[in-house]
Design a protein around this ligand. Structure first.
Ligand code: ASP
Length: 579
C-alpha cells in the first residue's frame, strides 16, 4: 500500500479525474448540508476532502468521528470545485477530493490549544512542542533555519573551508558568560566545561595546519534569559590562517547575500557600510546601530563650553537629538522618565512649535549662537544629554531607538547592514576594579598598539569587528594574537597571574610558541540571523526544542534530578534539597 500519491498541498486542476491517495493531519472538520468536509494538512499545505454518505457510507461514518489533528489516509477522485466554492487563497482552492476510502491512522484527544490560536502561553506551547511545531509559523521558521544552514555550508565549502567538529566536553572558553559544568566520573572531583564557543579549539586547528575551518557549532552560555538570549546558541564559526580583512569581509558579505537571496528572496547590496566603534557610539549611541532611520545624535560639547547654562558648560559632553515632532509637556515628562531609567539625571529640551517659537525652561540661559545651533524645523524637539560620553551615548541611543519606533521612522522593509570596526580592546569593570576584554582575551591589538596593552589598556584598539543588520548584532570576530609574549601581556592586563595563565591557558600558550601562523576569524549567531530574516522578535521561535525563560524544558522536564547512586559515583553531595 502506498501512503500517498502526492502531498496535500500539491493537488491541482490537472489532477481532475485522477484517483489519488493523500495522508496527513485533520486541520478542520465541518459538517455541512449532509456532507462532511475535512481539510487535510501536511507540510505542503491543505487539501479539502468531501465525504458524501451516498458515495462512501463507511468513509462517511468514519469522517463523523474525526477530530482535529487525527492522522488520516484517504483515497478518492480529484474533482473541480463549483465556481462559487473556489478558494483563491488556497493553492489547492480550485479542486477537492471526493472521498471513497478514509482510514483513521492515529487519534488525538482534545487539544491543549488550537493550532490557529494566537497568543498561546509559551510554556504551554513548549510543553506540547510537537503540536506547536505543526503550526505554519513554526514550520516556516524551522524550514527557514535548515535553508539558512545549508546555504552557509555551500558558500563556506565553495571557498575551501573545512567542516571540523570540536568537543562539547572541554575546558572553560571565556566569552563573557558563566560556564555550564559537567562532572567527570572517571576523574572524581573534576569537571568539564561546555564550550562558550570553540574559540581556542578553532585557533588550535589553524595552528594544526587546517588553514580554513568552519563549523556550525553549538555554544553553551549560562546566562539569564531574554527574548534575544538563550543558553544554547548555534553559530557559524570560522577561522583562517594568514587572514586578510578584505577577503574575510567579502566572504561574509557573499554568505549573507546568498542567505538573504535564498531565505528572503531579497537581493542585498554589497559591500556593506563600515563604521568605527567610536563613530557608531557618537552618531547612534550604540555599537549595533539600526540604520533603517536617520535621527542621528549631534554633538555640542565645544559649542556649549562657555554656556551660561551650567549643566551644559560643566558636563564632560553635551549631545542632542533633533526629533521631528513638537512634544507636549506630558510626552516630555514620559521621555524624561525613560531617560532616567537609562541613566540620565534629567532631560533638557527645546521645543520648536509650529510657528517656530521656542518653548523650554532652559532657552533663557542659552546665548544667541547656541540657540542658532539648536534651531530646528518648526514642529520639532531637541533632546539633550549632558553627561559622561558613555552615559550620553547610552541615553540618546536608547531614546533614538524608542522614538524611531514610536514615530514610525523605521523603514521596516529595508535591510541595513553595517560592519562596526576598531572596538576598544578592554573595558573597565568598575565593580571589580579591573579591565575585561571587550571581545575576548585572544583578540589582537591594532598594529602599533601592542605597547598600550601594558601601558594604557583603556586606549588600546582591537582588530575586532561586528556585523550588524537592522540593529541586531549577527556576527563578530577578530584577528588573534599569535605571539605567546603578546598573549601573556594581554592576560597580564586582565590581571591573570602567571600561575593562572599556565593553569587555564597553558596549552594555548604552548601552541602559540610552536609555529603559530597569524590567524583570525568570525562567528555568526544562527538564531540571530534567523530572527532578523524571519522578522521574529523571539529567538526561541527559531529553535525546534528551546528551553523556556527559566531555563527549563517544559516538555521533558529537564533539568531533572539524578539518582543518589549517580551522585555518589560522581563524588557529589547536594546541599540543595531535591523535591
Ligand atoms: N568566539 C567569538 C564568539 O563566539 C567569535 C570569534 O571571535 O570568532 O563570539
Amino acid at each position: 500500500m502506498r501512503w500517498r500519491d502526492v502531498l496535500c498541498g500539491e493537488v491541482r486542476p490537472e489532477h481532475v479525474g485522477e484517483r489519488l491517495a493523500l495522508a496527513g493531519w485533520v486541520d478542520t472538520r465541518r459538517d455541512h448540508g449532509g456532507l462532511v468536509f475535512v481539510d487535510l494538512r501536511d507540510r505542503s499545505g491543505l487539501c479539502q476532502l468531501v465525504v458524501n454518505p451516498e458515495r462512501a457510507p463507511e468513509a462517511f461514518a468514519a469522517a463523523h468521528t474525526v477530530r482535529n489533528e487525527f492522522v488520516l489516509r484517504t483515497e478518492g477522485e480529484v474533482v473541480r470545485r463549483s465556481p462559487e466554492n473556489v478558494n483563491p487563497d488556497l493553492a489547492t482552492g480550485e479542486v477537492e477530493l471526493q472521498v471513497d476510502r478514509l482510514e483513521i491512522v492515529s487519534r488525538c484527544p482534545p487539544l491543549p490549544f488550537q493550532l490557529d490560536e494566537e497568543g498561546v502561553d509559551e510554556t504551554l506551547r513548549l510543553r506540547y512542542r510537537w503540536l506547536d511545531l505543526r503550526r505554519p509559523r513554526m514550520q516556516r521558521n524551522i524550514r527557514l533555519r535548515a535553508r539558512l544552514v545549508s546555504t552557509i555550508r555551500r558558500v563556506m565549502e565553495g571557498d575551501g573551508f573545512l567542516d571540523i567538529q570540536t568537543p562539547i566536553l572541554f575546558k572553560p572558553t571565556p566569552e563573557g558568560a558563566r560556564d555550564f559544568v559537567v562532572p567527570s566520573r572517571l576523574q572524581p572531583g573534576r569537571f568539564f566545561a561546555l564550550p562558550q564557543s570553540p574559540q581556542i579549539l578553532k585557533q588550535l586547528l589553524v595552528i594544526g595546519g587546517f588553514d580554513r575551518y568552519y563549523q556550525i557549532a553549538i555554544c553553551f552560555r549560562d546566562e539569564d534569559l531574554r527574548a534575544d538570549r538563550v543558553q544554547e546558541i548555534t553559530q557559524l564559526d570560522v577561522e583562517m590562517a594568514f587572514p586578510d580583512q578584505e577577503y574575510l569581509f567579502a566572504l561574509m558579505e557573499r554568505m549573507c547575500a546568498e542567505v538573504w537571496q535564498e531565505c528572503d528572496k531579497e537581493a542585498i547590496e554589497t559591500p556593506f557600510l563600515r563604521m568605527t566603534h567610536a563613530e557608531a557610539q557618537a552618531r547612534y549611541g550604540s555599537d549595533k546601530p539600526d540604520l533603517r532611520f536617520e535621527l542621528e545624535i549631534e554633538d555640542a560639547t565645544e559649542a556649549t563650553r562657555g554656556s551660561e547654562f551650567g549643566v551644559f558648560a560643566n558636563a564632560p559632553c553635551v549631545r542632542f537629538l533633533r526629533v521631528p515632532q513638537a512634544f507636549s509637556r506630558a510626552e516630555l515628562q514620559r521621555l524624561e522618565e525613560l531617560a532616567k531609567e537609562w541613566g540620565a539625571k534629567g532631560l533638557a529640551y527645546l521645543v520648536f512649535d509650529e510657528e517656530g517659537d521656542v518653548r523650554s525652561p532652559i532657552a533663557k540661559f542659552l546665548a544667541e549662537d547656541e540657540l542658532a545651533l539648536f534651531r530646528s524645523e518648526p514642529g520639532s524637539t531637541v533632546l539633550f544629554a549632558a553627561d559622561e560620553p558613555a552615559t550620553a551615548a547610552r541615553v540618546l541611543g536608547a531614546l533614538r531607538l524608542h522614538l524611531g519606533r514610536e514615530l514610525g521612522l523605521v523603514d521596516e522593509g529595508s535591510w541595513r547592514f553595517v560592519w562596526i570596526t576598531d572596538f576598544p580592546m578592554f573595558e573597565r569593570d568598575e565593580e571589580e576594579g579591573r579591565w575585561t576584554a571587550v571581545h575576548h582575551p585572544f583578540t589582537r591589538p591594532a598594529p602599533g598598539g601592542e605597547e598600550l596593552v601594558a601601558s594604557d589598556p583603556g586606549a588600546a584598539t582591537a582588530l575586532a569587528y561586528d556585523l550588524v543588520v537592522n540593529g541586531i548584532e549577527i556576527g563578530g570576530g577578530s584577528f588573534r594574537i599569535h605571539e605567546p609574549e603578546l598573549q601573556g601581556a594581554v592576560f597580564g592586563a586582565l590581571q591573570l597571574s602567571e600561575e593562572e595563565q599556565r593553569r587555564k591557558f597553558g596549552f594555548l600558550l604552548d601552541a602559540l610558541s610552536m609555529g603559530a601562523p597569524p590567524h583570525g576569524g568570525i562567528a555568526f549567531g544562527i538564531e540571530r540571523m534567523l530572527m532578523a530574516l524571519g522578522r521574529e522578535p523571539n529567538l526561541r521561535d527559531m529553535i525546534a526544542f528551546p528551553k523556556n525563560q527559566a531555563g527549563v524544558d517544559p516538555m521533558s522536564g529537564a533539568p531533572s534530578e539524578v539518582e543518589q547512586e549517580q551522585l555518589r559515583e560522581l563524588g557529589i553531595q547536594l546541599r540543595v534539597r531535591q523535591d
